[in-house]
Design a protein around this ligand. Structure first.
Ligand code: FVH
Length: 297
């Protein structure tokens, strides 16, 4: 097998560095699919179960990298990737880094890998470990960097989770990963406030309220594509059904209800303040698209 022209059909083998919760889930998916898998972990004892399932434990990270054309890293952070690969010969190798980091870390890691003769792909995992190897769970990995690497190994990369190639800028997978997770944290903030409002009531159980909240959040997510279209067109008013004027007028009811229920409004006030600012700036007919520009860039 020749490095850089490797075909997953000819050689279904790869190396994985990092056997934490996520790395172990990826390893199991490749082993279950019949891949020959070489693994390495800083704490070798964590590899025991995977070796029993067929993985080969390398003596060191450099040996693991040497064993295959493709190496996948799934480590704690970018610094641990640098530490793990410090002694490895990357000449002619393909490196896919699934470690969560910033866009600039991904770009720097790409330059670092390319300077050592490797092709590089950065990945952002949009899944939690139980979703790996379970296609119906909907997990996927965002990839950016070398399109040639992605094409050469797309079969192997598609085994643990879905794949979405987002372009050649190695920082874009990390950027979209963080952007999507930021959206999730906004949802979590809203859900935490909603549960806090109702949980003091004897007759409203959290487990009965939860499906109402989940259905509502899913239904309201339909506004997101409209915001995307508005940001692209620059027209933030056309098609807006619930403008800021109406929404800002209702803010006091939300704050009063929180007060009545002894709930801190600290999660909601930042978004309410942005809505008020945008409305006061003369944009009362807009929906939420105008809030984006208040945040930057
Ligand atoms: N688990 C999750 O839900 C999320 C889902 C989205 C993506 N993240 C990111 O995936 C990376 C790995 O996460 P993980 O869940 O596997 O994390 P841990 O279970 O904590 O395992 C960490 C592994 O990293 C190794 N490690 C830590 N420091 C070093 C180092 N200096 N040198 C070499 N390896 C290092 C650690 O080894 P050990 O502690 O067992 O010796 C584990 O293998 C991560 O970027 C998430 O943000 C997961």
């Amino acid at each position: 097998m020749t490095d850089h022209t490797a075909s997953d059909v000819v050689t279904p083998s790869l190396t994985l560095l990092g056997l934490g919760a996520m790395g172990t889930a990826f390893a199991r998916a490749w082993l279950a699919a019949g891949y020959s898998l070489t693994v390495w972990n800083r704490t070798p004892g964590r590899a025991g179960a995977l070796v029993a399932e067929g993985a080969v434990l390398a003596a060191g990270a450099a040996d693991a990298v040497a064993a295959n054309a493709l190496t996948v890293t799934c480590l704690l952070d970018d610094a641990s990737v640098g530490e793990a690969l410090a002694g490895a010969d990357l000449t002619g190798k393909d490196l896919v880094d699934l470690t969560t980091g910033t866009p600039s870390e991904a770009r720097a890691r790409a330059a670092w890998a390319e300077a050592r003769g490797a092709r590089f792909l950065s990945g952002g995992i949009m899944a939690v470990p139980p979703m790996i190897g379970v296609p119906e769970a909907g997990g996927y990995v965002l990839y950016s960097g070398s399109p040639e690497l992605f094409e050469a190994h797309r079969t192997a990369l598609a085994v643990p989770a879905g794949t979405r190639f987002t372009g050649e800028n190695p920082g874009h997978a990390a950027l979209q990963d963080v952007a999507l997770l930021s959206g999730m944290y906004g949802m979590v903030a809203g859900a935490a406030h909603a549960f806090a409002l109702v949980r003091g009531e004897k007759d409203i159980s959290p487990s009965e309220f939860a499906p109402l909240l989940a259905e509502w959040v899913v239904a309201m997510s339909a506004m997101i594509p409209q915001i995307g279209r508005q940001l692209e067109s620059g027209d933030y008013e056309s098609g807006v059904a619930s403008g800021l004027a109406m929404q800002v007028a209702g803010v006091q009811s939300f704050l009063d209800t929180a007060h009545e229920q002894n709930v801190s409004p600290e999660l909601l006030t930042p978004v309410f303040n942005l809505m008020k600012r945008r409305a006061q700036d003369g944009h009362e007919r807009e929906g939420f698209a105008g809030l984006v520009g208040l945040l930057g860039p």
